[in-house]
Design a protein around this ligand. Structure first.
Ligand code: G3I
Length: 320
């Protein structure tokens, strides 16, 4: 049995991976992606983002997103849909601004309503708002915040809830996997959404980590519990653990320990619903193109061969 089977055996909903359309021409890659012993869930890495879906105003393009959704359906995998409102991969017709408050609210809610309605019934969860915070816990001053103020967040959640009452609605961010100003600010976002009378079901902890310096299991567990105390689920949504390349035997061993650390944290928190890695093979990781000289962040190597991290996650879930 594999990663998803073991995760389910301890009460989780899934173990999953991100993927992307350009990767689906690689038949060996697609075969492992569809191995439902390891992956019970997939997330589109790019093709449900605003620049893919609505590249020009009120012109919606669902081909690539649909390809991932139908792949998940065909494999019997849950789909985490990613994402609706984000400052990045936002087409310039939106990001360049110039809209007044009411117009941008209408643009944002139109985008959300159209996309969530298109995928209604297909998304286990939606990342409704992604990365709204700076690392110091202040709001990122993107076009949504600058034009609408913090109310854009509950407005976005209310629009998503109206379009698909059964999708779980998440706030998703990085560097909120341990206590501190940013995690506290994310907790305040949960409270704010609820105070506006809107629905939020979960918080996604992206978990883009570095080998040898991931937060301890106790740190991650107590941080997750701070969110759970607000009556939301949590999920590890984009796990990867990068290192200097080429990786060595010892960094790969430490990486295994680090993957187990996060797996154990999710295992320990009953409302941690599952773990998603941000693609499964180093071949298709976002890391090397963003952090020069770093990579090797995933449990499968460039040749789709499992690394020590694979066995480490498997045994962290338990003997099955
Ligand atoms: O689609 C264009 C293509 O037309 C063009 O020829 C090519 C040339 O560079 O670029 C292609 O776009 C790239 C896109 O991925 C699709 O492959 C962008 O350059 C590239 O920047 C983009 O990177 C994505 C990144 O988000 C952008 O911020 C990564 O694949 C994706 O894995 C990454 O995912 C994010 C999550 O959404 C949010 N959390 C962080 C995570 C990692 O950055």
């Amino acid at each position: 049995d594999g990663l998803d089977v073991r995760a389910k055996a301890v009460g989780k909903l899934y173990f999953g991976t991100a993927t992307d359309n350009s990767e689906l021409t690689n038949t060996a890659y697609v075969a492992q992606l569809g191995n439902t012993s390891d992956f019970g869930q997939i997330t589109p890495g790019n093709s449900m983002k605003w620049d893919s879906i609505e590249p020009s105003r009120n012109s919606f393009s669902y081909t690539n997103g649909d390809a991932i959704a139908s792949l998940a359906k065909g494999n019997g995998q849950l789909l985490r849909c990613h994402n609706l409102v984000w400052y990045n991969q936002l087409p310039s017709w939106v990001s360049s601004g110039g809209f007044d408050n009411a117009t941008l609210i209408s643009i944002m809610t139109n985008h959300i309503t159209n996309e969530v309605t298109h995928y209604k019934g297909q998304c286990y969860a939606w990342d409704v708002v992604n990365e709204a915070l700076n690392d110091d816990g202040t709001y990122r001053t993107d076009v949504f915040y600058n034009t609408i103020g913090p109310a854009y967040i509950p407005i976005a959640f209310a629009a998503a809830a109206a379009a698909d009452p059964s999708a779980k609605l998440y706030y998703n961010d990085y560097n909120i996997e341990y206590s501190g100003a940013k995690s506290t600010a994310a907790q305040n976002i949960v409270k704010m959404i609820k105070a506006y009378g809107a629905r939020i079901d979960g918080v996604g902890l992206q978990s883009h980590f570095i080998v040898g310096s991931t937060p301890s299991t106790a740190t991650q567990t107590s941080n997750m519990n701070a969110f759970v105390a607000l009556d939301v689920d949590v999920a590890i949504t984009e796990l990867d653990i990068r290192t200097t390349t080429p990786a060595t035997t010892s960094t790969l061993a430490q990486q295994g320990v680090d993957y187990a650390t996060t797996t154990n944290a999710c295992k320990a928190v009953s409302r941690c619903v599952g773990v998603t890695i941000w693609d499964y093979t180093d071949k298709y990781s976002w890391v090397p193109s963003t952090f020069s000289g770093q990579g090797a962040a995933l449990p499968w190597d460039d040749n789709l061969v499992v690394k020590p991290a694979y066995w480490s996650i498997l045994s962290a879930w338990g003997s099955g």
